[in-house]
Design a protein around this ligand. Structure first.
Ligand code: ADP
Length: 388
């Protein structure tokens, strides 16, 4: 009996020891699993944190402004562009958005539960913003995205104005051509002398129309920078070619045309555009200098720049008009310009070409004494040929 008890006790102790061993094993396994789970959790938290930082960084660097409002319209997040556009400063966000226009669009998006878009003007910054308000998925607020379209709208306005002006300018020679053609038709049998006079005027008007169309095409080509080349080119050669082309006209008008063109003035640019610029400057000098006058075309290096200068002893430009002559279709004296075959586009072409070549044009002039137009362009280093 005692022996049986001893065996039972041993078996019990053995079972307890075995169970304890099993428990220990399970405990170790549990710890291992716990550690693995903790490592995985840490990894995921780090990755989420990295992701959050990255999205925050992208949001901050976006050109578009991004603003998040709660459902009761309290701003809770704004990136740098939104803060700048809405003048929110860099500190804590205000409890209420200072722009009623933005608030209105955000409210509409929240109540209609759909994206709302609008273009608004901010006061007093006078910036135009295209805004898009998107209700958040959980209806907990609204995200507002802003795009500054001030420049885009300004360009659009300038274009529209230009098209309106160009149409207006084209209308008058076309109307003249129609009227003159009718007059010739009526006079050709009864008054051949008058018909001849009308025909001469018709030729002049069609010349003017053709010049206007050429200038408009030149300007629109300048607006397309893809067509321009930027190779090293000899400005002196271009200037000599243009002066030679216009010399017969200058001689016919009894004008002295002097060339002061230094050799080896190289710049990087588009030969055709620079020829156009030179021709327009010389054309004007010829147009506004009375018989017996003097025109000087100069190309040189000056203070490290390449300069093109056209000086004339012509009628001059009144001081108040000197800053405006580069505007499209601006003329000091519309009738005089028209009588002399002007289109009002020559100097805006000159300005455009100068700016496309990182240069600028200026004018000095005195009424009755003459004018000097100077275009300053970056010279190719040391006047040497530069390879593109
Ligand atoms: P336009 O075809 O009428 O000459 P531009 O754009 O070339 O147009 O010039 C604008 C205006 O500037 C001219 O209408 C004229 O009044 C004035 N202008 C330009 N160049 C000269 C110049 N060399 N001398 C006097 N006036 C000039």
């Amino acid at each position: 009996m005692n022996e049986l008890l001893i065996v039972a006790c041993i078996a019990l102790v053995g079972a307890v020891l075995y169970l304890r061993g099993q428990l220990k094993l399970q405990e170790n396994e549990l710890r291992r699993l716990e550690a693995a789970a903790q490592t995985e959790l840490n990894r995921q938290v780090t990755s989420l944190e990295r992701e959050r930082r990255r999205s925050g960084e992208i949001l901050e660097r976006m050109d578009e402004g991004v603003l998040v409002l709660t459902e009761d319209h309290t701003p809770i997040r704004a990136n740098a562009s939104a803060r700048e556009l809405l003048r929110l400063g860099s500190g804590p966000l205000p409890g209420r958005l200072p722009s009623d226009e933005v608030l209105m669009v955000a409210r509409r998006a929240l109540s209609e539960k759909e994206t709302c878009e609008e273009t608004i003007s901010l006061w007093p910054s006078l910036r135009s913003l295209r805004i898009r308000a998107l209700p958040l998925e959980d209806q907990a607020g609204v995200a507002v995205i802003f795009q500054d379209v001030t420049e885009e709208l300004r360009t659009l306005r300038v274009r529209r104005q230009f098209v309106a002006n160009a149409s207006h300018e084209l209308k008058s020679p076309v109307a003249s051509l129609q009227a003159l053609a009718d007059a010739i038709h009526d006079a050709v049998h009864d008054d051949p002398d008058a018909a001849k006079r009308f025909a001469d005027r018709l030729v002049r008007e069609s010349d003017r129309l053709s010049r206007l169309i050429t200038d408009l095409l030149d300007l629109s080509r300048l607006e397309d920078p893809v067509s321009a080349s930027s190779h090293a080119m000899d400005l002196s050669r271009v200037a000599r070619a243009q002066t030679a082309t216009l010399r017969p006209e200058a001689n016919a008008k009894g004008l002295t045309l002097i060339e002061r063109i230094d050799s080896g003035v190289w710049i990087k640019g588009d030969e055709q555009q620079l020829g156009l610029m030179m021709r327009n400057l010389l054309d004007n000098a010829l147009r506004y200098t009375p018989e017996g006058g003097r025109i000087e075309a100069q190309v040189a290096h000056e203070s490290g720049d390449a300069i093109v200068r056209v000086r004339d002893s012509g009628i001059g430009i009144p001081f108040h008009a000197q800053s405006r002559v580069f505007e499209r279709f601006y003329r000091v004296d519309k009738d005089r310009s028209r009588d002399r075959g002007g289109t009002g586009l020559g100097l805006s072409i000159v300005k455009h070409v100068a700016e496309l070549h990182a240069g600028h044009v200026g004018v000095e002039s005195e009424l009755g004494q003459g004018s000097t137009f100077t275009v300053r362009l970056p010279a190719a280093a040391g006047g040497e040929r530069v390879h593109p």
